[in-house]
Write a protein that binds this ligand. Structure first.
Ligand code: BES
Ligand code: MN
Ligand code: MN
Length: 465
């Protein structure tokens, strides 16, 4: 497929400009103030699919934000690739830490991206990576290189838990029937080290509340005599890890699958430089569960982290007060075979049971999802591996990621097909952080690699049947 490289050379300015336009729309799914922008983004994605050569495109209404669907069926007897991505983005906060406004994309060179990178919220997660698939389709359709059928399903609620997508998938199994699901919403080890993500962690997200006295109190008149909800909150949270940084919630590890010595040795072969890792984060040392390496801690081990904590007086200067209430948001990243609903219940029962007398503690479950591991002996994995070999000249390394795309396990359950995670982002792209960016090289390399996946997946499927 020699012509893909020249097609990209000819059209790359337009590919970049089209992505810039998409990034200008603030499709923040978490904030209702941006509802119209989220809807406008869905329209923009639909138009892009039309232009790229989908024969059918639809905005599918759901109880929440719509799902953009597109398809091009060239022959029902041929295999079908289902592409999933999301057009919603994380809130850009804190906005003052951005070097340029989050929805006014700029292209700047960085040490890692001397060719330039697009700085904007959603540049990498996931508008940029999703759009690679749209442009790869454009190439295949315009150059008569589409070897099989393709369906697109691009949602607008990934960053808030994909609730409507769950509903949509359960109600549209026929429409979404496919032979493999292809997603670019993860990362790669380094620009010169292609990798295929073979695992995603699950998630349980909860909010906890500690209530003490019925009103805020003078901390001199009452301090020492009643439970201070913030003191209690920090004490309860601190008790959730023991001295080895194991999680203390009873039953938490019961279903965790331990990797074999061989599997761990295989994992340890992936290139990783601890010194660079520490340097990039400006930390003196790493920190985590005893007995596991950094790469294991952030991929094959479950974790519990406070994401936010508040209560009492946080304004200018000092105010002497014992707050009546304290709050925290806590996420637990889960690994096979932990069940997020079960873990949520275990956490709730434990956290509420350790509340001291004189306080009332409640745990409110938010959302969650199951972990996912994709096998390496599937046609999809083989096709992805060959695709990377074609464009990087190297065999990609399998990598289990610490992030979550909770809907992926539901795809497998409802649609009975495997998901292949071909990510082109880098950890340093700052997804969810200020100054999120996506390297132009990565963007164009993704567009170049994806058509090979279609080719090899179709070839391998044909030779199987
Ligand atoms: N694309 C990310 C997940 C991701 C990033 C996986 C990099 C692997 C590598 C996705 O958009 C995301 O942010 N997921 C959330 C969960 C969701 C329920 C809010 C996450 O992982 O926190
Ligand atoms: Mn994403
Ligand atoms: Mn995300």
């Amino acid at each position: 497929m020699e012509n893909i490289a020249s097609y990209i050379t000819t059209h790359k300015d337009r590919f970049i400009q089209e992505l810039v336009e998409l990034l200008k729309i603030p499709s923040i799914s978490a904030d209702p103030a941006f509802a119209q922008d989220v809807l406008n983004t869905a329209e923009a994605v639909k138009s892009a699919l039309d232009a790229a050569g989908c024969e059918v495109t639809e905005i599918c209404e759901t109880p929440g934000y719509p799902i953009v669907y597109g398809e091009k069926i060239i022959d029902p007897k041929l295999p079908t690739v289902l592409v999933y991505g999301h057009y919603d983005v994380q809130p850009p906060d804190p906005v003052d830490l951005w070097n340029s406004p989050p929805f006014e994309p700029v292209i700047k060179a960085t040490d890692l991206h001397p060719e330039g990178a697009i700085f904007a919220r959603g540049a990498c997660d996931d508008k940029g990576q999703m759009y690679m698939h749209v442009k790869a389709l454009e190439f295949m359709v315009k150059n008569n290189e589409l070897p099989c059928n393709v369906k697109f399903m691009i949602e607008g609620e990934e960053e808030v838990g994909s609730e409507s997508l769950g509903w949509f998938v359960e109600h549209n199994r026929e429409k979404l029937a496919n032979d493999v699901i292809l997603i670019s919403d993860t990362g790669m080890i380094a620009k010169d080290i292609p990798s295929i993500t073979t695992g995603l962690r699950g998630l349980s997200y909860v909010e906890v509340e500690v209530v003490g006295p019925n009103r805020d109190l003078h901390s001199g008149l009452y301090g020492g005599a009643v439970a201070n909800p913030i003191n209690i909150m920090t004490k309860l949270i601190a008790s959730l890890h023991d001295e080895n940084n194991h999680i203390t919630v009873p039953g938490f590890y019961d279903k965790v699958i331990e990797l074999s010595v061989e599997e761990r040795a295989e994992m340890a072969k992936a290139p990783f430089n601890l010194e660079n890792y520490k340097k990039a984060l400006d930390i003196e040392d790493v920190y985590g569960e005893k007995g596991y390496s950094t790469n294991e801690r952030n991929s094959i081990r479950p974790t519990l982290d406070v994401n936010g904590i508040w209560g009492g007086y946080t304004g200018e200067g000092a105010k002497t007060v014992i707050a009546s209430k304290a709050y925290a948001k806590i996420s637990m990243r889960l690994v096979p075979d932990q069940d997020w609903k079960e873990i949520t219940q275990l956490f709730k029962a434990h956290f509420e049971s350790i509340a001291p007398k004189g306080t009332r503690v409640t745990v409110k479950p938010h959302h969650g999802g199951f972990p996912y591991v994709t096998p390496m002996d599937s046609l999809g994995y083989a096709a992805a591996s060959k695709a990377y070999e074609a464009t990087f000249g190297k065999t990609p390394i399998p990598q289990r990621s610490g992030g979550s795309i909770p809907i992926v396990s539901l795809f497998e359950k409802e649609l009975k097909s495997k998901t292949i995670l071909m990510g082109f982002g880098l950890d340093s792209d700052a997804i969810h952080s200020p100054n999120e960016h996506f390297g132009l090289w990565n963007y164009l390399k993704g567009i170049e690699t994806i058509p090979y996946f279609y080719r090899y997946f179709t070839e391998l499927s044909n030779s199987e049947s």
